[in-house]
Design a protein around this ligand. Structure first.
Ligand SMILES: *[C@@H]1O[C@H](CO)[C@@H](O)[C@H](O)[C@H]1NC(C)=O
Length: 567
């Protein structure tokens, strides 16, 4: 048998074996029973039997085939073994799909299992097969599969209230291109050690949900929640570059897995002009932020009551697997104690806009639906600061010498995470909550331009500086009769928790009859923590004109608690 025929046989056989080995190593005793059934069925489909089915005469030489023939040939053989496969693999696939759905299970369901799961008599069809790359180490191919199946699938959902609802999943229509990597290549059947499987393009994925004997309306919105959960679980866990690695022969296949490649720090600074959803008072906004839509990996900000221009200045951390394709999503809701919370708007940033180690600021326009950004209604904007740090492998990396304290801090926490086993096991504990960055912040108020005229002399401007969290206030001197004043005045603040503090600055004019407002601006300390020193101008808000120029300087006083930072 030639190598390629072995490979093709392996692919078909692989469909059957795909799941079982993974299962063998993982299943606990409670599930041994199902496993026994699955293995018994699988054992009927031995290698030798398969070899007989694909006897030398019927087994054409794969390599000289045209694409169409390959597809026809594969479909013919898949059709032939499908009844065995269905029997052999249904129990196994059932557990695999349960495992796949579990991380995406919303909290309102206490459990989610299959009461029934068989793939049905209709085999999937290969629409196209293409070899992408063939080397001595691996074979990369893409197969387009279409499945209009008649499976018998009944999903049993247990709600938090203890009610079990059986839901039938029917009329599945699926079409997509899978990328399969077979690696490493070996001599004996099935000719490869593991399969890496990823959905490269999803063309279609439809299904219908129907309650069995009950009312699907007994929980409002249930069908919608399930529909979204099933669809996002497939795309988030399998859509390229996400993948499943299925070991066939024992071995170490870590190089096929997609590993987290870095950490994303997200600072939710503030939002502006949010919608007002409340009849009495204003909205009570909070935000949900995530890179992957897995409940455990989603973060929630605190709620700010009765405010359409909330300032959170809260920091979150996420693992990033692939900077080129992943996105950060933010959803802002109005907390409502009586009803379900209303969506005020959402926004998305593709992470490919970020450069490693460089702080990026975004003012994102909120929309109702990310698919349809051409919306007329004005929902306000949200202000985010993002910093992406790739994982550093070598701790004595030369670059650490030029790092600022925040970078060192970030690198240190990242290392701590990578030491404690798999990053997938737990959501990252939030180091940002108990790591205090201390230091001295110096603000030099340089000058302002184009201030508003408030009386006959113009204005007598001065500046009030406030550090919001530590509640420290300072005031500049007054410069009389000048709309373009130059102060050149420095202010020093001792800051205890720089990551959560924020500078708010207000320009005022002192007149004979009290003071006038000339505008306001604000800034987090993220940039000065990263860069140590910089100059910036801010447009004054709340007035028609005006701009102020500031110089920032930071001297870190962080305690060096980590032994290897000193080495
Ligand atoms: C403020 O500093 C700048 C730059 O050092 C200098 O050119 C300017 O004359 C100073 N202005 C005042 C009023 O001291």
């Amino acid at each position: 048998m030639s190598f390629f025929t072995g490979l093709v046989l392996g692919i078909v056989l692989g469909l059957a074996l795909m799941v079982s080995f993974k299962l063998l190593e993982r299943r606990r005793s409670s599930k041994k029973y199902q496993l026994a059934i699955a293995t018994a069925a699988l054992s009927r489909l031995t290698l030798n039997e398969l070899k007989k089915m694909f006897s030398k005469e019927t087994f054409p030489r794969w390599i000289v085939f045209s694409e169409n023939h390959k597809v026809a040939w594969l479909n013919y053989h898949l059709g032939k073994v499908w009844p065995y496969l269905d029997e052999a693999t249904s129990a196994v696939i059932k557990h695999m799909v349960e495992d796949m759905l579990e991380p995406y299970r919303p909290a309102i369901f206490s459990s989610l299992k299959f009461q029934r799961f068989t793939l049905g008599a209709v085999a999937p069809q290969f629409v196209g097969v293409q070899m992408i790359d063939t080397t001595d180490e691996e074979i990369v191919m893409e197969v387009e599969l279409q499945w209009d199946g008649n499976p018998k699938i009944v999903l049993a959902i247990r709600t938090a209230m203890g009610v079990t609802l059986p839901i039938k999943v029917k009329d599945i229509g699926f079409c997509g291109i899978f990328r399969l990597v077979f690696k490493p290549l070996v001599k004996e059947l099935p000719c490869f050690g593991a399969i890496m499987c990823s959905l490269r393009v999803q063309k279609k994925f439809d299904f219908k949900l129907k309650a069995v004997g009950g009312e699907i309306v007994s929980i409002p919105g249930l069908a919608g929640i399930l529909d979204v959960m099933i669809k996002t679980s497939l795309t988030d866990s399998l859509l390229w570059p996400m993948r499943k690695v299925i070991p066939i022969l024992p071995g170490d296949y870590r190089d096929l897995e997609l590993e987290p490649m870095g950490t994303l720090m997200v600072k939710l600074v503030q939002a502006k002009n949010l919608l007002n959803m409340d009849t009495f008072g204003k909205s009570d906004p909070y935000a949900i932020i995530f890179v992957r839509p897995i409940p455990k990996q989603m973060r929630k900000s605190r709620t700010i009551n009765n405010e359409l221009n909330p300032i959170w200045n809260e920091q979150f951390q996420f693992e990033v697997e692939d900077l080129a394709t992943q996105k950060l999503t933010i959803r802002i809701f109005d907390e409502d104690s009586l009803h379900t919370d209303d969506l005020l708007g959402c926004a998305q940033v593709p992470l490919n806009k970020l450069k490693p180690g460089i702080l990026a600021e975004f003012w994102l326009t909120l929309v109702e639906d990310l698919e349809n950004t051409m919306e007329a209604k004005h929902r306000g904007q949200v202000h985010l600061e993002l910093l992406y740090q790739p994982h550093v492998e070598d701790r004595r990396d030369v670059s650490t010498r030029s790092m600022t304290s925040l970078e060192r801090e970030i690198t240190r926490t990242m290392r701590q995470h990578s030491v404690h086993g798999s990053p997938f096991s737990l959501p990252p504990s939030r180091p940002e909550q108990h790591d205090f960055v201390r230091g001295v912040l110096s603000i030099k108020v340089l000058r302002a331009e184009n201030l508003m005229k408030v009386d006959s002399v113009g204005a007598n401007p001065y500046v009030k500086l406030l550090l919001k969290k530590s509640n420290q206030k300072k005031t500049s001197r007054v410069i009389n009769k000048n709309l373009n004043p130059e102060w050149n005045q420095s202010f020093h603040f001792l800051v205890e928790d720089a990551q959560h503090d924020m500078l708010v600055l207000e320009v005022r004019s002192r007149g004979t009859f009290g003071k006038h407002f000339l505008g306001r601006c604000g800034s987090t300390l993220s940039k000065v923590l990263l860069e140590g020193e910089y100059e910036a101008s801010f447009k004054l808000e709340g007035v028609e004109s005006g701009q102020i120029f500031l110089h920032f300087n930071w001297i870190s006083m962080s305690l060096q608690r980590q032994p290897f930072n000193n080495s």
